[in-house]
Design a protein around this ligand. Sequence first.
Ligand SMILES: Nc1ncnc2c1ncn2[C@@H]1O[C@H](COP(=O)(O)OP(=O)(O)OP(=O)(O)O)[C@@H](O)[C@H]1O
Ligand SMILES: [Mg+2]
Length: 377
Amino acid sequence: MKFFDREKEIHKILSIIEGEPNLIYFIYGPINSGKTALINEIINNRLDRDKYVVFYINLRGIFISKYDDFMEVLFEVYEESFIDKVKRLFLSLINDSPDVIKSSTLLNITGVVNAIPIPKNTLNELLKGKEVKNVFRYITNVLMRIKKEGKRPIIIIDELQKIGDMKINGFLIYELFNYFVDLTKELHLCHVFCLSSDSLFIERVYNEAMLENRASYILVDDFDKETSLKFMDFLSEEILNKKLSDEDKELIYSYVGGKPILIETVINSLRYENLEDILESMLNDEISKLDMFLEILDYSKPKVEVGDEIIELKKEDIIKALKLFKDNYEISKKEIPTPVYIYLVKRNILFLNPQKRILKPQSFLVWNAIKKLLNGH
Ligand SMILES: Nc1ncnc2c1ncn2[C@@H]1O[C@H](COP(=O)(O)OP(=O)(O)OP(=O)(O)O)[C@@H](O)[C@H]1O
Ligand SMILES: [Mg+2]
C-alpha cells in the first residue's frame, strides 16, 4: 500500500531531525491512526541515509517480562574479528568499563537497523552485571562512534508503553527517560522518538515532573474530513480504478471517519461487495463488541487501578459516561469521573488526549456503535 499525505507531520519531524537533539519526542494518537506507518515512511523514504543512522526498535509482539528479554530486543550480537577480540581484551585490561567500542564492525552500521550491534562477550558481561547504567554506557559509546563517522544517530522506540511497568531495581522506564534526557538535552548526541497508542501511558509521561521541559509531544490523529475524502479518492483510483461519488464518500466518512485502516478496508471490500452492506456489517461488528462489553458488566464488577487504589465501578456510571458522546464526538475529560474514563480508555473504547484534556471514541465506528446502542437507554 502506498503511503498517503501526512505532509505536515513529516515536515515537522524532518525539521526536528535536521536540528540539534534537545528534547525527547513522544508520538501519540488513537489506535491505528498511522503512527508506525508515518515513522516508517520517514525513515525508509524521506531520510538521507548518508547522514543518519536509525535504530528503530519495535516492542510490539515481543514478550518482555524481565531484564534479559529487554536486552534481547535492544541488542543484536555480532561475531568479533580476531583483531577486535584482542583489542577488546587489551582495552579491558587498561580500562575497567564493560567495553569501549573500537570495533570495526560498528563502522558498517548504516541506514535503518532494528537493534544495537554488540559483541557476544560484551552482551554476556552486561547480562551478568544487571546494571542498566553499563548498558547505557555501551549504547552511548556506539552513538559517539556513529557521530565521529559524521552521521547523526536516531533512536526510535515503538510501543514504548510495553516496558512502562517493568522493574529492574526500580522502574526501568525512569532509568530510560533519564538516559534519553542525557542523550538529548545534555549531550545533544542523538534524536529520540517514542511512539505509543496507549494514551494513559502518554498521560503519565505528560505529567511526569522529571520530563518537564525535556519532552515534546506530536499528535498523529485520524485524518480530518478533508484528508479522509482525498484518501478515498487516492485509494479508489489505486484499487478500483474509478472515482467514487461525493455521496458515497460522505457516507463512508459518516461510518468510519478518518481512520486510515478502516477507509482502506471499505475501499478494498468494494471490489466484491456493495457499499451499504460493507458499512452496515462493519458497524454491526462494532455494535456487537460494545454490546458484549456492556453485557459482561452485569456479571463481573469492573475494577480499575487509580493511583494506589483499586476502585470498583458501577455499570450505570459507565453508561452515563458513554451517553455523553451521543451528541458530541469530543468532550472535556473533566466531564467523566477519573476511574470511569481510565476504565474506558483501558478497554480501548475511548482515547484520551492529555495535551488538550479531551476524550473521544477510539473511532467513528465506536462512536456510531455508542449512539446506536445507547439510544434506548
Ligand atoms: N498515511 C497513510 N497512508 C496509507 N495508509 C496508511 C497511512 N496511515 C496508516 N495507514 C494504514 O493503516 C494501517 C495502520 O496504521 P499503523 O499501524 O501505522 O497505525 P498505528 O497508529 O501505529 O497503530 P497502533 O495504535 O496499533 O500502534 C497501516 O498498516 C496502513 O495500512
Ligand atoms: Mg503502531
